[in-house]
Design a protein around this ligand. Sequence first.
Ligand code: ZN
Length: 73
Amino acid sequence: MINLLAGEMPHRFTCSAAGCTAEATVALRWQNPKIHRGDRYKTWLSCGIHRDSLYSFLADRNFAISVIGVDEL
Ligand SMILES: [Zn+2]
């Protein structure tokens, strides 16, 4: 992906991290057991760079997390 074209060609999936406009390569599906029931979950998209920090943010809160590729969405 050529950077100059990023503004004209939006990614199909963009990273959810604040201020990041990189293309997302993975999706973190997470559940807060206190507010989400059954198969309700939230999905955060992430580029390769933010994957670990987003995961840690959720893991620190003891949320249930699964990581899948964006092609599985
Ligand atoms: Zn990112």
